[in-house]
Design a protein around this ligand. Structure first.
Ligand code: UDP
Length: 328
């Protein structure tokens, strides 16, 4: 019988791709999700247990039933703007929910933990290549909540021997090339899916948030990583823990940055369609440039982010955009 991994947020964008990768690697992914932002139709690669991270009794039940060898913890709220308007929602769900999960894992003797953190924990350090040793000064409640969970994991290792691999994501993009699962947020706030909506005529235009940044073309620069590469790193992280290599933090980005205009131009080339754009004001909270120092995952985990080129990320997202949405 294959080993089981508990995947919180397995009905969401990244979690559903992780379930597919785990399944391909020979594990049984058990999705734990409250469906607040996820889709039951995205749970395709293993059992589904509906539940909320704040419900300790439900978590205990699921740990007892499935006896996972590890937890992959994706379930979280992740919108920066919302986190500033409603910090309590982020601290309660992300931090108290994660604390409840970690306590349940320790009680069940499940001591391998893979956690999805974010480059938002670094804060606003424009024009700096961010590596894992860069000090973390989050500037929004979302980043602060993820940083707090990282701290919880350190303390639970000291007290109970919980081992963790923490991944700090840069900009996750693209979709499963088979389009079995994909990116579908309601509401959508991310650049590439919004742009594809504009190309497909589902919205009037893409607004470029700011054209007066100190970058070569005036628009913000981000480090985009393909979701399939990202979840492959998680499987490598799981094997790292199973190999008793100890707790470790890894950035997940490619080290290359692309501006919003470059993403727009590439989308035009990939889809062979016009991209209706409007140049707008800066979006509050946006950094000029966020690019990962990404060597550690490559050298230590053996990670090879091979699909993380702009043309592939956009082509895979476009394929999903044309073929699959969970509400249909
Ligand atoms: N962006 C934009 N228009 C949009 C959405 C995003 O110009 O409608 C820009 C945004 O300012 C940032 C980049 O695209 O520079 C990536 O934004 P996204 O929200 O996808 O990810 P974030 O970097 O905020 O995590």
């Amino acid at each position: 019988m294959s080993e089981t991994v508990l995947v919180t947020g397995g009905a969401g964008y990244i979690g559903s791709h992780a379930c597919k990768a785990l399944r391909s690697a020979g594990y049984t992914p058990v999705t734990f999700d409250n469906l607040s932002t996820g889709w039951e139709a995205a749970v395709k690669f293993g059992p589904f247990e509906q539940g909320d991270l704040l419900d300790r009794a439900r978590l205990d039940e699921v740990f007892q039933k499935h006896r996972p060898v590890a937890v992959m913890h994706f379930a979280a709220f992740s919108q920066v703007g919302e986190s500033m308007q409603d910090p309590g929602k982020y601290w309660r769900n992300n931090v108290i929910g994660s604390l409840t999960l970690v306590e349940a894992a320790v009680a069940a003797g499940c001591l391998n933990f893979v956690f999805s953190s974010t480059c938002a924990t670094y804060g606003d350090q424009d024009n700096v290549v961010l590596d894992e040793n860069t000090p973390q000064f989050p500037i929004n409640s979302y980043g602060a909540s993820k940083k707090a969970i990282e701290d919880i994991l350190v303390n639970f290792e000291q007290a109970y021997g919980l081992k963790s691999v923490i991944f700090r994501y840069f900009n996750v993009a693209g979709c499963d090339p088979d389009a079995e699962v994909g990116e579908f947020h309601q509401p959508e706030t991310h650049l590439i899916p919004l742009m594809l909506d504009a190309i497909a005529g589902k919205r009037d235009a893409l607004t470029i948030f700011g054209t007066d940044y100190e970058t070569p073309d005036g628009t913000c620069i981000r480090d985009y990583v393909h979701v399939c590469d990202l979840v492959d790193a998680h499987v490598l992280g799981l094997k790292w823990l199973e190999g008793d290599k100890g707790s470790r933090v890894f950035n997940l980005g490619t080290g290359s940055g692309f501006s919003v205009r470059e993403v727009v131009d590439e989308s035009r080339a990939v889809t062979n369609m016009e991209v209706p754009i409007v140049e707008g004001a800066r979006r509050a909270g946006d950094c000029t440039k966020l690019v990962s120092g990404s060597e550690r995952a490559v050298t230590e985990l053996g990670w090879r982010p091979e699909r993380s080129t702009l043309p592939l990320m956009i082509a895979d997202a476009w394929k999903w955009h044309q073929t699959g949405h969970y509400d249909k």
